[in-house]
Design a protein around this ligand. Structure first.
Ligand SMILES: N[C@@H](CCC(=O)N[C@@H](CS)C(=O)NCC(=O)O)C(=O)O
Length: 222
């Protein structure tokens, strides 16, 4: 039976983008259902349409037969297992590091997520960021630079070959672009690698054709 991935609006839902990319990269067939986020329940996990398909009240969720998997990282891991392990680096040290890098995105960067909400169709001038957000941006760009320096000879992604770590940072690259963050050449090149990826481009095209608005996010900056 074809799995169904429940996701939020492609313009806004960064957590949804990650497993969607991983499933495409793994070449796993799936159907998608977009559940528009927003309204009074936005961000609370109490949206009835989401609760009907996801026990956490959040998307993404993947229905595989009778079983529902929720949480972006767990779904990425499922996609990886369908390929026999192609979505993590082959080398065990790089693989362990890639898991640290993806997990850090999954569990941290709260100020960056608060202030640089994903919004693919938007472009704003740079803002005077809060201190904690500046620290997040510095942590992120240092991390990317370190990884590109260490693994650059193996290919253009964070660990050379494309991995779940890249699925986790792809939405972040769009946030930097949306909010006009100045980047060093290695970080710029890495963002370009993401933006030129065929699966990312497919997601972005769909996002740009959406007409839903989430005023809470769109009103963040002029
Ligand atoms: N830790 C979860 C976070 C998922 C999450 O917060 N998703 C947001 C959309 S990006 C959501 O479902 N929000 C529910 C709502 O706004 O009603 C994951 O990694 O999947």
């Amino acid at each position: 039976m074809t799995p169904t991935l429940y996701i939020g609006n492609k313009n806004y839902s960064s957590w949804s983008m990650r497993p969607w990319l991983a499933l495409r990269w793994a070449d796993v067939g799936f159907e998608e259902r977009v559940i528009p986020l927003g309204g009074d329940t936005y961000g609370t996990g109490t949206n009835p349409a989401i609760l009907a398909v996801s026990p956490s009240g959040r998307v993404p969720a993947l229905a595989v037969g009778e079983t529902v998997l929720w949480d972006s990282l767990a779904i990425c891991e499922w996609a990886n297992e369908q390929t026999g392990g192609a979505l993590w680096p082959k080398d065990s040290t790089a693989r362990a590091l890639a898991r640290s890098v993806a997990s850090e995105m999954h569990s941290s960067f709260a100020p960056l997520r608060r202030d640089l909400s994903m919004n693919l169709r938007r472009r704003t001038p740079a803002q005077a960021w809060a201190e904690d957000t500046k620290r997040d941006i510095a942590r992120l760009t240092n991390l990317w630079t370190e990884l590109r320096t260490r693994y650059g000879a193996r290919g253009p992604w964070l660990f050379g070959e494309r991995s779940i770590a890249d699925a986790f940072y792809a939405p972040v690259a769009t946030r930097l672009r949306t909010y006009g963050i100045e980047l060093t050449p290695p970080c710029k090149t890495y963002c370009t690698t993401i933006f030129l990826d065929a699966a990312f481009a497919e997601w972005e095209r769909a996002a740009l054709s959406e007409t839903w608005m989430i005023p809470q996010t769109d009103a963040l900056y002029p």
